[in-house]
Design a protein around this ligand. Sequence first.
Ligand code: GLN
Length: 449
Amino acid sequence: ITADQLAKDTLANIKETDKKLNAWITVDEDAKVAEDLDFNKNKLAGIPIAIKDNIITDGVKTTAASHILDNFIPMYDATVITKLKEAQATLIGKTNMDEFAMGSSTEHSYFGATHNPWNLDKVPGGSSGGSAAAVAGGQVVAALGSDTGGSIRQPAAFNGIFGIKPTYGRVSRWGLIAFGSSLDQIGVMSKRVKDSAEVMNVIAGGDEHDSTVSMREVPDYTKFLGQDVKGLRVAVPKEYMSDAVDEGVRKAVQDQIDVLKENGAIINEVSLPHTNYVVPTYYIIASSEASSNLQRFDGIRYGYRAKNTKNLLDIYVKSRSEGFGTEVKRRIMLGSFALSAGSYDKFFRQAAKVRTLICNDFDKVFAENDVIVGPVTTTPAFGIGTEISDPIKMYNNDILTISANLAGIPAASVPAGLVDGMPVGLQIMAKRFDEGSIFRVADFIERQN
Ligand code: GLN
């Protein structure tokens, strides 16, 4: 099969299967296959890849699943896009997500909910739910997502695929529509661990446009595949295996831990004592940063502008009132409040302090362990429409994924079997810039299952 034919088949298959999944916001009918494909040099040459719709693409509509950007066509590429194009990947289009990546179910999209390919009545998770469903549904081999508090790992878990959030600063955020700038990280999702390693090889590394990205050399992540786990020190936080986690999920995770143990890994029970504070800490910090980042959507510079306005203030207020969805407005209000003069010390500053304690918890565990493992979520995918009206419940879903973002460490989800017919994930976390250990363990688990 030629790369051109593969792109055509991929587009035709998406057209057919996406009637049910709604995993895409924009399918690029003119998706370009690179010229002079060099299959020896470029492992991704001619491979169709999906891009979450908060990563900007030159000439291809980029909406962040928001009404306020529903006609926005960027004039340049995000760095990860430039790198994928240099690697001759075929970029097929843009996937559905929660508006501005705020959510855990992809129900907060201006373009309607995405459905989980395992069961169309269930959510695919979020916010990178479109990317996850596109991979799990067999539409593409790999997809880019973003993860601010779990948005790659939770949908990967709910869809039975692999997904990795790299270390903060491992992949350039230039061209990622900012949500929480101290937490956001672009990463990859794929069925096979190896395919994510190949994509990481391309997208990781320095970038003059992003001052927070590390110039450290990028290892060849495929070198970590095919290894054993003998002598690997694996920490299991007791807070991640409490009865707040569904019994079925705990059992599925325990089975994987047993496999590691049988194969020579050293399992240590540890404590991450501040786990109970991660949800409020994250929602204050992420919302505060969001309220600041989203100021730029003023109805003048980008996207949607309200009609029949009287003056400049009226343009701002009406465009934002009509352009943003409920969840985004909730975050902007929460964040503006947490940053306001009377509340800053009590909320934002306090959250920043607790964040340091959470980081210290991880440093302590990693002083004596190579990786941390546990569940990604407390339950398998929930039903569409069942949690959308209860934001606190929705926020609490993120308790097991948020910490990695607060601490800036890499973390992934690898399939850990089924519970009631729906997939669940094993989470693997490692030290900053040690994505290699994650690939080693994830690939090992994949080969056992
Ligand atoms: N569910 C979390 C939130 O709503 C995380 C989202 C994300 O990682 N982008 O903020």
